[in-house]
Design a protein around this ligand. Structure first.
Ligand code: G6P
Length: 369
């Protein structure tokens, strides 16, 4: 087992640090930025199906559902097709409205999650086309779907999903770019820009991982907190949800993810000097809005841990602690902003003596309802 961990103390840490290389594995041979090509074998024959769809319905559970939420923003932004993201477990029991004009994307690391599988079968029975985004080759979901793309993240052993999440987003971003190009909803210059930026993501992730020591120091300050709030807007709202989930899963600290603007409709009542608030405050269209959210937290003495773009000054002045990430277009930013949040939850869990790779009550793949 020590050999499998490749010198890391836990599988989770190894998998976090593998992300620059597995993201490359995910786009290898599929993304040729210099030549302006993005091509996914499983998608090429179904491009018309996607671009003529009435809507895209994404079904998934857990972390994969969060990747689906990120995809909702990317697809609606770039491809201009309405997207709904569903918890597979709710969708399957809701008597949902599905037709042959719908395309379903099922996202699953293991490819074995019972609820996701049941949602796929239901969608197929109503005539929908179902596309899988799975990691495990030959898994049940990869076989039950009409077509799909593998993430190629390699085996993920840690129960808390890390590299599966970023590679799922990589696949979904490539799909959105390919479809946007086919549908004509993206300019050639934006298309080229995104391809190049996507190719740079492994470098950015590498850079973000270098802040590990700093994040361990921040973790030591907050490890005894009873609650955490995670806030983000737009593309980084799902990242806030995922950051909170990671912390809950492995440290057993209660954490809630929220869209920053919704804070005033409830969570703000929780804020006092004992509440650490993790805010994703990178340079984006919502930057000024997030800065004012931070001011609201500060006025109530909340402790602010902010994920900021490299070189940021405004948030740095307000926040108690900052975690820096390199700049990338907002649509790709979840691939880098999620890194410090993975490390934060990892270090806190280790400091609390938790079983990081096999947290209590959780299973890597849930094959029962
Ligand atoms: C379990 C795992 C999570 C995972 C979820 C969905 O709850 O502990 O890490 O996100 O299942 O799994 P899947 O394999 O379908 O992505």
């Amino acid at each position: 087992e020590q050999i499998e961990k490749g010198g890391y103390e836990h599988f989770m840490l190894k998998e976090i640090f593998e992300q620059p290389s597995v993201i490359k594995d995910t786009y290898r041979g599929r993304l040729l930025a210099d030549r302006g090509i993005v091509r996914l074998g499983g998608l090429e024959d179904y491009i018309e199906k996607f671009i003529n769809a009435d809507r895209i319905i994404i079904v998934a559970c857990g972390t994969s559902w969060h990747a689906g939420l990120v995809a909702e923003y990317i697809f609606e932004d770039l491809v201009r097709i309405p997207v709904e993201v569903e918890y597979a477990s709710e969708f399957r029991y809701r008597n949902p409205i599905i037709s042959e004009k719908d395309v379903v994307i099922a996202i699953s690391q293991s490819g074995e999650t019972a609820d996701t599988l049941a949602a796929i079968k239901l969608a197929k029975s109503k005539g929908a086309f179902v596309y899988g985004v799975c990691n495990v080759v030959g898994s049940t979901i990869s076989r039950e779907t009409h077509s799909g793309t593998y993430t190629h993240a390699g085996p993920e052993i840690g129960v808390a999903s890390t590299k599966a999440f970023t590679t799922q987003i990589t696949v979904l971003a490539m799909m959105a770019l390919r479809l946007a190009k086919a549908k004509g909803t993206i300019s050639q210059s934006d298309f080229m820009l995104y391809l190049r930026e996507l190719e740079l993501i492994p470098n950015h992730v590498e850079e973000a991982l270098k802040t590990d020591d700093k994040i361990a120091e921040i973790s030591a300050v907050f490890k005894d907190a009873r609650n955490f709030l995670y806030l983000g807007r737009g593309y980084n709202f799902p990242v806030a949800l995922e950051g909170a989930l990671k912390l809950k899963e492995i440290s057993y600290i209660h954490a809630e993810g929220y869209p920053a603007a919704e804070m005033k409709h409830g969570p703000i009542a929780l804020i006092d000097e004992h509440m650490p608030v993790v805010v994703i405050a990178i340079k984006s269209d919502h930057y000024d809005k997030v800065v004012s959210n931070i001011q609201e937290i500060k006025a109530r003495k909340g402790k602010i841990i902010a994920v900021v773009s490299k070189g940021d000054t405004a948030v740095r002045e307000l926040a108690d602690y900052v975690m820096e990430v390199p700049h990338t277009p907002e649509a790709l930013s979840p691939l880098v902003t999620t890194i410090p949040l993975q490390l934060l939850s990892y270090h806190i869990a280790v400091m609390l003596g938790r079983n990081v790779d096999q947290p209590r009550n959780l299973a890597k793949s849930v094959t029962v309802e």
